[in-house]
Design a protein around this ligand. Sequence first.
Ligand SMILES: [Fe+2]
Length: 254
Amino acid sequence: MSKDTVADMGLNRTGIKTSPIDSKDIVQEAQRAPPSSPGDAQGIHRVRQQYAREADGLGHVPPPSSLKGVAKTAAGLLKGQKSTVFIDKLGERLAFERTGVRLYEGALSKLEVYGSWEGGPSRELLTKILDDELSHFALMTETLQGLGADPTAMTPSADLSAVISQGVPAAIADARTNLRQCMEALLVAELTDNASWELLIDLARGLGHDTLADRFQLALDAEAEHLSLVKGWLAAGVATEARAPLESASVPAP
Ligand SMILES: [Fe+2]
C-alpha cells in the first residue's frame, strides 16, 4: 500500500492548537460577538415544518407500462395489496445495484494505483463482486419487466436511497482516497445492501411472490459474502497501517 494518504503525521492546520495566539483571539471574539443572524433553533424548526407541509414529496411510482402490469395491479388491489410498494422497493434495489457496479469499478481503479495489502482485496474478488452486483441489477430489471413495470423509471425509494448514499460514490471517486479508504465506503454500501435485500425478501413473501423471494435469497447470500469480505479487507488494511515500519517510527518534536 502507498505510504501517503494514510493516517501518517504531517501538515494539518485544522486544529485550534496549531496557532495558540490566534486561537485565543478567536475564542474571545466568539464569546463577545452576538450570533450573525437573528432567531434561534426554534426558528429553524418552524421553517422546516412549514417547508415540509408545503412540499410535494419525492414523486410517485409510474403506472404499469404494459397491459400485463395493469392486470397484475388490478388483481393485487382485489386481494387488498398495493403493488406499487413492491415496485417502488424493486426500483430502489435496481438503482442501488447499478451504482454498486460503479463503486467496484472505482475500487478496481484504486487497486491498480495503490495495490493491495496482506489480507486485502484481490482483482479477482473485486471483479467477482462487481459481476454479482451487475447480475442483481439484471435480476431486478427482469423482475420489474415481469410485473409489467418500467425498469428505467426512478421510483421514490430509488431517489431517496441515492440521496442517502451519495457520499459513497463521492468517496470512491475522490482522487485523494486510497483503496483502504474506499473499503470504508464499500462497507456502508454493503451494510445497506444486506439490510435492503432482507427487507425485499420479506416484502416479496408477504405478497405471495415466493418464487421471486427464493431468487432474492440467492442475491442476499451473495451480498452477505460481500459484506464479510469487505469487513475483513478493511480490518486487515487498518491493522497493516497501524503496524508502523521501524524506519518511520520517529516521534516528532512537540
Ligand atoms: Fe454487494
